[in-house]
Design a binder for this molecule. Sequence first.
Ligand SMILES: [Zn+2]
Length: 375
Amino acid sequence: MVKRISTTELRKQNRNQVFRAVYEAQTPLTKQDISQKLNMSLPTVTQNLKELFDEEVLLYAGTEESTGGRKARLITLNTDIYFAVGIELSPKHIRFIAINLRAEELAYKKVEFPFRNTLEYRQFYAQQLEEFLDENNLERSRLLGVGITLPGIINEQQGIVEIAPVLQVRHMKLFLLTEVIPYPVYVQNDASAGGVAEWWQYEGLNAMAYLFIGKGVGGALMIDGKPYEGNTLRSAEFGHMCIEINGKLCDCGKRGCLEAYCSSSCISDDLGLTIEEFFQRLQMGEPLVRKIWEEYVERLVTAIHNIHMVLDCPIVLGGVLVPFLEDYLPMMREVLKRKAFFPEEEQCLLLGKCRGKANCIGVALHFIYDFLEQI
Ligand SMILES: [Zn+2]
C-alpha cells in the first residue's frame, strides 16, 4: 500500500526543502536556482520563501552579477537569527558556549568552579548562564535551547545520570540538573556530545569513531550522525579496552586499560608537568620525554588499530591534546602504518577540528539539528 501524505505534511516538507537548499548551499542562491535544484515550481518556491522571509530565517543578500537583463536577488541564511547554548560540567570548571545556526561560535566562557552535587552548585551555573547571555547581548527570545553535558552515563528513559565516577555521582535525577534552567534543556554524555560536534565538522562519512583523550579516555561511535549507544548505554568505552595483559592498574580497578597508558595525565600530571611543558620538552628533544612519548604513541596507536580492525571507519581524536598533535600526526600515522593490516589504514587517523570545545558545541548542536528538522 502506498502511504499517502497529507497536504499539510507535503507543505511542510516543501518548506523544509526550500530552507535546506539555501542552508546547504555554499553561496547565496536565486529563486530560480532553488527551483531548479529541487525540481519545484517557481510559485511553490516563492510561496515558501515568503514564509521563511516573514520568519526572518532567510535574508536577501544583494543581487546576482548579471550580464544584462533583470538581476536576480540572492537569498541566504540569516545565520545568527537563532542560537543554542552548551554547558559543560566537569570536576574543576564549567564552560559555556553559544553557537549560531551554522555551529559557529558566538561566545565562550570558562569558569573555575568545582563540581558539587548540591542545589547551590546548580543555581551557580544557572546564574552564570544568565550573565553569559547578558554579557554577550544574546537575546533570550532567539535561544533555541540549552544543552548540558557531563562525564557520566545518561539514562534518558529512567531520567537519571546512572553514574559519573569523576563527579562522584550515582543515580542522580536529571531534573535536578535541568529544573534550574528556564529554557528547553537537554542533557548528554560528554563523549557523545563531542562525537556529534566532530561529525558535524567531517561531512560525508557513514560512520566515525571519536576517541576522546582527557584525564579519562572515552569516546563515541557515530553512525549516520547519531551516537550508537549500545544495548545498555555502554558502547565506545575505548578507555577500558585492555591493551596490556596484567598491565598497569587503571582507575576502574582493572589492569592494562588504554586509559592507564594514554590518559592526558600520563604525559602531564604524572610527570609533574603541564601538557604545554611536555610538548615543549619533546620539541627540544629531551631524551627521556622522547622515550615516554614514543611509548605513549605506541599504545595509543595500538588501540586505534584495534578500533579500526573492528569498525573500519575514520577515527577522530578529540580532547586537550589535539592542538599539540598536529605536528606529530605524520609520525603517528607512520606508527599506524607499521601496525596496519590493510593498506592505507593510517589514513583513518584524523584530528578533531573543535579544538577542545567539542563537548560544549556538540550538546548545543542538539537544538540546531532539531531546528533544521522542524523548520
Ligand atoms: Zn580501566
